[in-house]
Ligand binder design. Structure first.
Ligand SMILES: Cc1ncc(C[n+]2csc(CCOP(=O)(O)OP(=O)(O)O)c2C)c(N)n1
Length: 547
């Protein structure tokens, strides 16, 4: 059935479903069984695989690792990413008898899954597997969990007559493209036509629907600037004349300024959550809004709506484009000029930092070099914290074939997610951007990458600290931190390039910004995993959001 659903990799820590994994080698050697150094990173790899490929990512753990796996599902749950998780579970004959390694794991999966179920009888394999894949990719996608009877899921050693029927429709996102109600489409168009200063806020639902080009086409037809959430950053290239940047907390100042000047905000595939709206200050609640989403429960949750459109983003945008009155676009010349000025002001303000030759290196400069030198089909994977702020605000995608995936909040996600992304899309270059605190989390997976030839490139913004925390500790220490205060967020100096080399990867240390492009080219050309360890300024703090 894994084969039937197009699964190419399973990420896990043994021992789980031993019989299944043995059968895989015998009958489906094309499915890689990637043993990792922790269940959480296995879940993150499955998540990266899913977000890069649009196909469900599969991960697994035996009963003792189940909660480590559940911890790893928190991120794909927040990011609406289809991950299928398998664990071993208790036996009816021995549960509640202090069996080695066992507790009731099911409740812990409840808040981080869309579907959380036990498979107690071998004959239930096919229908439960189908339901798991169906739930993972449908509507707003998300993680699912199946717990198989037996601490290692030994139910898979039993036999039964079963029909391994698969539904390939549920092997990718989206399985359906629901059409919107035409009246709601016309209402949305009427409000857009009447607005003087409209803006689109495109979210992760645009990625899920593959509707990036459709958003850009509508924006061009109606002359509407486009801001994105972090999760929707690859909706529009950074230098497109209508692109204003990422809006919200980890954002670009121009995007927040434009959204706060708008007289109508059109959310597309965005939950309008706290991060994207800078906790509902950008735009302020009460700003006239319309919203397009596949999930009816998302419509109007945070902003009262003038029009709510329930449907798949791609088919909805095609309908809107067909009905759009392009004549009205000319009326927005003044608004488009104002938006252009706001964007130019942002570029002028940050030009010096983006091109800085300072030693230690400024993170803005790394972002700028990535904008200039990443391949046109690159998948960019970015951690949270400062990494999310630097790249969200300072990095520009250069074309429609580049993809961007970001941590929805969990530090340490990006490095294993980048490895998963490379497994999901082996033909595309994958470049991950992470801080050193983020990289430390799952550094052992460098060995996994080498063992499996997962040739992703990881750029470490190595400032010897988790310096995003600096401002907060400055505040609680009344301005000047004690040495003890600094010990809460600073680390020993570490050469990650050397560690990577020891594990068999290519390690490159970069201490001068001018050396970064050659390092990136070498890493991309290496036929092994690569870590570029960039020594950066511990005092560099990312700009905070403009409200
Ligand atoms: C699982 C988890 N724990 C804690 C945090 C809080 N947090 C956010 S950023 C950060 C430090 C980031 O350090 P690093 O990756 O080195 O990047 P830097 O801030 O130094 O650029 C921490 C601890 C988090 N986001 N996720």
């Amino acid at each position: 059935m894994l084969d039937g659903y197009g699964v190419t990799h399973v990420f896990m820590v043994p021992a789980i479903l031993r019989r299944t994994f043995a059968e895989l080698e015998r009958r489906h050697p094309g499915i890689a069984r990637v043993a990792t150094h922790g269940e959480k990173s296995a879940a993150y790899m499955a998540d990266g695989y899913a977000r890069a490929s649009g196909r469900p990512g599969v991960c697994a753990a035996q009963v003792i690792g189940a909660l480590n796996l559940a911890a790893g599902l928190r991120e794909p749950y927040l990011a609406a990413s289809p991950v299928v998780a398998f664990t071993g579970g208790r036996l009816p004959a021995t549960k509640f008898r202090q069996v080695y390694q066992e507790v009731d794991d099911m409740p812990a999966f409840e808040p981080v899954t869309k579907f959380n179920a036990t498979v107690d009888d071998v004959s239930r394999f096919p229908d439960m597997m189908r339901q798991a894949f169906r739930a993972a990719v449908s509507g707003t996608p998300g993680p699912v969990h199946l717990q198989f009877r037996g601490n290692e899921g030994q139910v898979d050693a039993e036999e039964a007559e079963m029909e391994p029927l698969c539904e390939p429709q549920f092997s990718q996102v989206p399985p359906f493209r629901p059409e919107p109600d035409q009246a709601s489409v016309l209402a949305a168009l009427a409000h857009l036509a009447a607005a003087e200063r409209p803006v689109i806020v495109a979210g992760g639902g645009v990625r899920a629907s593959g509707a990036q080009a459709d958003v850009v086409a509508l924006a061009e037809a109606l002359q509407i600037p486009v801001a994105t959430s972090l999760n929707g950053k690859d909706t529009i290239p950074g230098h497109h004349p209508l692109s204003v940047g990422v809006v919200g907390s980890y954002s670009r100042e121009s995007a927040n300024r434009v959204v706060n000047r708008a007289d109508l905000v059109c959310f597309i595939g965005s939950e309008s959550g706290g991060m994207t709206t800078h906790f509902w200050a950008v735009p302020p609640i009460g700003t006239p809004a319309i919203q397009i989403d596949i999930n009816p429960e998302a419509l109007g949750r945070n902003y009262p709506l003038l029009a709510a459109v329930n449907g798949d983003a791609k088919v909805t945008l095609a309908r809107m484009l067909a009905g759009a009155d392009r004549a009205g676009a000319g009326q927005r010349k003044a608004w488009i000029e104002e938006v252009g000025k706001i964007c130019a002001e942002w570029r002028d303000k940050y030009r010096a930092a983006l091109t800085s030759d300072a030693v230690p290196i400024r993170p803005e400069r790394i972002c700028h070099e990535l904008s200039r030198h990443l391949p046109e089909d690159a998948i960019v994977v970015v951690d949270t914290g400062h990494a999310g702020m630097w790249m969200g605000g300072m990095y520009d995608l250069t074309g429609p074939r580049q993809s961007y995936m970001r941590s929805a909040g969990h530090l340490g996600w990006a490095f294993p997610a980048g490895l998963g992304a490379k497994c999901g899309c082996p033909g595309r270059p994958v470049v991950t951007f992470t801080g050193d605190a983020g990289f430390w989390y799952h550094i052992g997976e460098v060995e996994t990458a080498v063992r499996w030839n997962i040739n992703a490139v990881t750029v470490v913004n190595n400032n010897g600290s988790g310096n995003q925390s600096k401002r907060g500790f400055d505040r609680v220490y009344g301005g000047t931190q004690t040495e003890g205060g600094r010990s809460l967020w600073t680390f020993n100096k570490t050469n990650f390039a050397r560690i990577a080399e020891d594990m068999g990867a290519l390690g490159i240390r970069v201490e001068h910004a001018s050396a970064f492009p050659a390092a990136l080219a070498r890493a991309l050309a290496a036929d092994r995993p690569a870590v570029i360890d960039v020594v950066t300024d511990i005092d560099a703090l990312a700009p905070v959001a403009v409200a």
